[in-house]
Design a protein around this ligand. Structure first.
Ligand SMILES: Cc1ncc(COP(=O)(O)O)c(C=O)c1O
Length: 411
């Protein structure tokens, strides 16, 4: 029995206008939700409605429109708090996306915490967004970033991790919950607990987990968690940082400007309390209305059912792809999210991507902003199909048929 009936899937698909597009003469098969998911009509409509009726800057005006916009904006903060199980709303900082959230933590907390010789531990499969900011800040502070090695199946080497924690002056662990390159679901709760036992701070990159599974920051016990709205059926340009309030309170501002201040004079400036201290300038204020609609969509369908459906699609895709000779799937971890990454003998991933596009199939090709992960498995890139609740077995069949055909043509 499938998680959703065929009719339910058809109804869900009907809510995404883009899925009726014809691309290169073929119906679109969108298999790239790990990069950006598509948005249901209600998200498009909510943003359009906001633009038509409410558009005004937030936190500034006493006029009606500004008050309404502020209510939507701050109301979303409450919802994200509930979504993540954070203990207070002030623990949620609005940013542009996961990348900005991690940079914020690196440039404030990281700079405060790191001294010469110190170490940041990051997973070998990390997205560049959870590696490069640490490298830049570590270099400035005379510290360094070391990797938690990955095993052949795409899981992290937990024993090696504990040894690193015990043998190096580790101050921060930066770890993804789900790998965008291979789909591995990492045991973040254990990873965080091991760090905490040694008094080491933790940042969880939730870009690929929050859209696909229930994530509770208090259960995880992490100090920070970052994710993006555009990967969870929401608008672009809006992401979220969760930070434990005591830590946010001890962190200096990052970007200076309007709205993040308490009092400004030429003799000196004092800053707002968190989270507003970290929210300089006009935010992407039309996005919260769309994000609210995206959360409505997620709640209505249910994140657990979405996770189960994506797992079903993953299993189906892996089974079908394994039937293809000359195709190798990277990552066989026991716990995987809806991402399948593979290489084809004798075919460059880039050519494969172009070929599949001609058949209306949108997959991601390349290193997926995870070059160390590619290096670990001895490839320059992969072909990656990633799933959302709107995908179907039929689209996976089209991918399989496309791969078989391209092998005939390109080999
Ligand atoms: C695991 C992971 N971390 C971070 C990011 C960066 O997210 P954004 O581009 O929304 O800042 C991505 C995006 O692909 C990702 O998959």
């Amino acid at each position: 029995m499938s998680v959703f009936s065929t009719e339910e899937i058809a109804a869900i698909r009907g809510r995404f206008p883009i899925l009726s597009r014809i691309v290169n003469g073929k119906p679109l098969a969108y298999l790239d939700s790990a990069a950006s998911s598509q948005v249901p009509e209600q998200v498009i409509e909510a943003v359009a409605r906001f633009q038509r009726t409410t558009r005004a800057n937030v936190h500034r005006g006493v006029h009606r429109l500004s008050q309404e916009a502020t209510e939507v904006h701050e109301g979303l903060r409450d919802r994200i708090q509930r979504l993540l199980g954070a203990s207070r709303r002030e623990e949620i900082v609005f940013v542009r996306g996961t990348t900005e959230a991690i940079n914020l933590v690196a440039w404030t907390f990281g700079r405060q915490k790191l001294n010469a010789g110190d170490v940041v531990l990051a997973g070998e499969l990390e997205h560049h967004a959870n590696l490069v900011p640490w490298q830049i800040v570590a270099a400035e502070r005379g510290a360094r970033v070391e990797k938690i090695p990955a095993l052949d199946d795409g899981t992290l080497d937990f024993d090696a991790y504990e040894k690193l924690l015990d043998s190096l002056p580790v101050r921060i662990v930066a770890i993804q919950q789900v790998s965008n390159a291979l789909g591995t679901i990492h045991p973040v709760e254990r990873i965080v607990a091991a760090a905490k036992r040694r008094g080491v701070a933790t940042l969880v990159d939730g870009a690929q987990s929050v859209p696909h599974m229930r994530v509770d920051v208090q259960a995880l016990g992490c100090d920070f968690l970052a994710f993006s709205g555009h990967k969870m059926y929401g608008p672009t340009g809006l992401g979220f940082l969760y930070g434990r309030y005591e830590l946010l309170e001890s962190m200096p501002p990052w970007q200076g400007g309007g709205d993040m201040i308490d009092k400004v004079s030429f003799s000196g400036t004092t800053f707002h309390e968190p989270p507003w201290r970290f929210e300089a300038g006009t935010p992407h204020y039309e996005a919260p209305s769309g994000m609210n609609a995206a959360l409505d969509f997620l709640e209505e369908i249910g994140i657990e059912r979405i996770a189960a459906r994506e797992h079903e699609l993953l299993e189906y895709a892996q089974t079908r792809l394994r039937e293809i000779e000359g195709l190798r799937i990277l990552g066989s971890a026991p716990h995987k999210a809806g991402v399948v990454s593979f290489v084809l003998e004798g075919v460059h991933h880039y050519d494969a991507g172009m070929f599949l596009d001609q058949m209306g199939i949108a997959v991601r090709t390349g290193h997926h902003c995870a070059q160390p992960a590619m290096e670990r498995y001895g490839v320059t890139g992969t072909i990656r199909a990633s799933f959302a609740v709107f995908n179907t077995e039929d689209e996976i069949d089209r991918l399989v048929a496309g791969v078989v055909r391209l092998q005939k043509v390109l080999r």
